[in-house]
Write a protein that binds this ligand. Sequence first.
Ligand code: GAP
Length: 548
Amino acid sequence: MEKQNDQSRMDRIVSLAKRRGFIFQSSEIYGGLNGFWDYGPLGVALKRNLKDCWWRDMVAGHDELATLSGAPSPYEMAGLDCTIIMHPQVWKCSGHFDLFHDWMIDCRESKRRYRYDHLNGRWAAHRGKKVFVTTDQSGDEAPLSIAAKAQKFFGLRAKQVDEIEWTGDFGSLAAAVAAGTLTLADALGPDAAAPGTLTEPREFNLMFETRIGALAGNDDDRAFLRPETAQGIFVNFKNVVDTSRVRVPFGIGQIGKSFRNEITPRNFTFRSREFEQMEIEFFCKPTDSGEWYRYWRDRRWRWYLDLGLTEGKLQLREHDKDELSHYSVGTADIEYAFPFLAAGEFGELEGIAHRGDFDLRSHMEGKLVRKDGELVVETGDDGKPRHRGSGKDLSYFDDISRERYVPHVIEPSAGADRAVLAFLCDAYHEDEVPDEDGKPRSRTVMKLHPRLAPVKAAILPLVKKDGMPEVAIDLYRALKPHMACQYDEKGSVGRRYARQDEAGTPWCLTIDGQTLTDKTVTLRDRDTLVQTRVAIDEVVSMLRDRLA
Ligand code: GAP
């Protein structure tokens, strides 16, 4: 069997997330709702800080006069906030209505539903009986799970498991069926007792459907919750160009909720049914698009590193040609080695795609398909467009070069919830620190980058007397307008440090006897544990500088 993944570490992270109010299951008092998550007091601050960093670093704080490192030229950035429900034609032209589906498979015996591409398995035989044992587990859990299932299926005791003969490699059920090496009748479903209970795979569109208006009932009222924020940007391209004086090259950023009716949400918040995206659509001249693609790929990679993700756990993966969407010229994924994955496996945090002119043309002309290497409008049996576009001219006229063209698009598309999960996993550390008597005490500490930390500083009077609380409250009030901080006078100072370490607070300021005489406080650094004395009057400016 392969090396075990870090599931127990993941379990401890999930438990801390719940215990300290980072993330709760949605509607938990009613038993929860699979694939939906709520952010608690610390979690909402962390996620907001993450989104604020993205917005500030990519959109609001962008210096449009400078040529940033790696960029072919200066460029402008604008923001948008579009609706979740859009005109249904948007999804027909974007391709989501026809193509945004997964294959699902049901088990007649267990009544469970699985994503076809998530089922893996291997042939097992014992005393002339042979079966293809499947599992829906991923990573290192998968081989362990099929071994346990085979043992149960053949009715063996633990000491007899070596009698099972395994043949072929552990691999995808769908691939084995496609290769003709088995039929579904030979497959033992992940939760079934007998083979042959899995149904033929069926397509399942991932868009959540709803109805518009009180008299909803016919097909014209059908609408969808957006499965990505990107389309709101494409359909507003002309509005932004006409109203904001931006010139190509420029980007439009948007942060917002997206919804996908995932067949099997899993791995905490990693695959959710409701989640937030942070997307940029960057519009450029077709001849410059290769350079802009490389710029955005590298810029987004750096962003995660600058906010503290461990480089060795991040991977930048260029898609192979056969992985690319039919319209994409190039795509790279930024991936993170989440602890729930097997050693060597990575999960996607963000995709950076070179989308050519596919999106703007689709919304002008109608849904496009690739034919003989060209993108052409897909037509029905009657020769008319299968899904009609808006008919609006979304080309761009460059009044300096006097050229007209449909801009190409580079799309860095990130998930806010996945990024929060990666930062939580990366920040989670267990180590030992000396307690008040100098004895080693084990601690859990969230080493979040100060920009992301939900609370930046805690103000702790050493004791609740001798005027220390009064000085501490004054400092708290001086700091609060500038950053999230907490006043805490409950329990021993060691326990208060421990609480702040678990919350990821980078700095603790302790008011002690010396403060009353020389107006200094101790500043404790969460990661190095170094304590320095700082003049109380300098605390605000010093911490503000550190956060800038
Ligand atoms: N507009 C392109 C687009 O939406 P995507 O790769 O499907 O591309 C972009 O999604 C990002 O959105 C992913 O890299 C991931 O971070 C996030 N994401 C996608 N599906 C998700 C889900 N079910 N749960 C949480 N995040 C998801």
